[in-house]
Design a protein around this ligand. Structure first.
Ligand SMILES: [Zn+2]
Length: 396
């Protein structure tokens, strides 16, 4: 019985994986022929053809010359096919990043191009206030240009927290203080848009995979630094979120048992040493000034202040050690450091690289360790990418 269950699940996973690979190839490399897709994805020509068919049928992807009529059935019969490409104007999606104090949104077309971006401040992080603010943001976004309202039917929202595998329910968000919030349902009621929810670092990984430092890299991890420390895993071309969205919780690996209390309730997590508030706390503990901004702390360290320099070094060492453990477990080709904390990467990287090299099992130069600073809009674009992915992979 267990075996039968597994085989059914495997079939779905393989089908979704193929669609994801094929759509990813068209959106990132189009115009591209079916044979070329087979070549870059490693799938058979038949599998590619089967995956493409519903996308063409829905009008999202076309293999016709731009000036020809869009009749898929006819083109199969007689007309010569040209390489596949997405039809950007066919559908738009809204992507939103939610933090504890504001919501940042973009509208992206089917090619992943951002058409417009806006932000709205939050009154509070209460569920009702966040839902209302996102509703206002969506109205402003789709009302900002002619035609946007008509082509937009989907909304993707990302936040720091655990989201279920169907991308509908927020199990927990430490950042917002939420538990078991049916956010997709609430937002559909507020906006009228079909809604998906995803962890923010996972969404960033999807954006990196399609348009950023993860293009053509099947095995990579994203580690984000800032208010917290997060990570997302893309293994063999697939984002690995975990059964309850809890995969990649690098920030809660214990680095100093019995150390500072973490926002998760445990003591000595990586976040209590390497997240921005922890770096600020380390400076105070060493007799330095009580700062409220990581940029000010970075400037202090750059001016030669010993307490500040030591705080960044301590953070870098803890990060390097834990990233080495992550590398030892999943053996990615590339490790992408991102998030707002990357602004101080010049102060972290020496100790981070040293600790990484000391603790990673394969030679350290086997791994590409790079920093990729991104603005808030990049996270919102990641939310839009997750939404596009869901349209094609989840329900195509
Ligand atoms: Zn923790």
């Amino acid at each position: 019985m267990a075996a039968r269950h597994t085989s059914v699940e495997d079939r779905y996973v393989i089908r979704d994986r193929n669609r994801s690979l094929v759509f990813g190839a068209i959106i990132t490399k189009g115009p591209i022929s079916r044979s070329e897709i087979a070549e870059v994805t490693g799938l058979s020509h038949g599998t590619v053809t089967k995956a493409v068919a519903p996308m063409v049928e829905a009008g999202y992807v076309t293999d016709e010359a731009p000036d020809e009529p869009r009749d898929a059935a006819e083109s199969v019969k007689g007309r010569p096919r040209v390489p596949l490409r997405v039809r950007p104007e066919r559908r738009c999606v809204v992507g939103v990043k939610t933090t504890g104090h504001e919501v940042i949104g973009v509208v992206a077309n089917l090619a992943g191009t951002v058409v417009v971006s806006k932000r709205v401040r939050l009154v509070s992080a209460e569920v009702a206030d966040v839902v209302r603010a996102i509703g206002r943001l969506v109205k402003q976004l789709v009302g900002s240009e002619a035609g946007l309202r008509e082509c937009t039917h989907d909304l993707g929202v990302v936040l720091g927290g655990h989201v279920d595998a169907d991308r509908r329910l927020v199990h927990t968000s430490l950042e917002l203080g939420w538990r078991e919030v049916p956010l997709a349902r609430l937002l559909t009621a507020e906006t009228g848009l079909r809604t998906v929810v995803e962890n923010n670092v996972n969404a960033l990984a999807v954006a990196e995979q399609w348009f950023g430092a993860g293009v053509d890299v099947p095995w990579f991890v994203v580690v984000t630094l800032g208010a917290g420390v997060g990570s997302a895993l893309v293994l063999d071309g697939q984002l690995m979120g975990g059964v309850r969205g809890g995969a990649g919780e690098l920030g809660h690996a214990v680095v100093e048992p019995g150390g500072r209390i973490c926002r998760c309730g445990n003591r000595g997590c990586l976040e209590t040493v390497a997240a921005d508030p922890a770096i600020l706390a380390s400076i105070v503990e060493a007799g330095g000034p009580d700062l409220d901004d990581i940029r000010a702390a970075a400037n202090l360290a750059r001016s030669g202040d010993l307490a500040a320099t030591a705080a960044f070094t301590r953070a870098g060492t803890a990060l390097g050690t834990q990233i080495a453990t992550l590398a030892n477990i999943v053996n990615p080709q590339r490790i992408i450091l991102s998030g707002e904390g990357v602004v101080s990467s010049d102060l972290l990287m020496t100790s981070l690289r040293e600790a990484f090299a000391a603790h990673v099992l394969l030679p350290a130069d086997h791994y590409e360790l790079l920093t990729h600073p991104l603005p808030d809009e990049a996270w919102a674009r990641g939310a839009a990418m997750v939404t596009l992915q869901d349209i094609f992979v989840g329900s195509a």
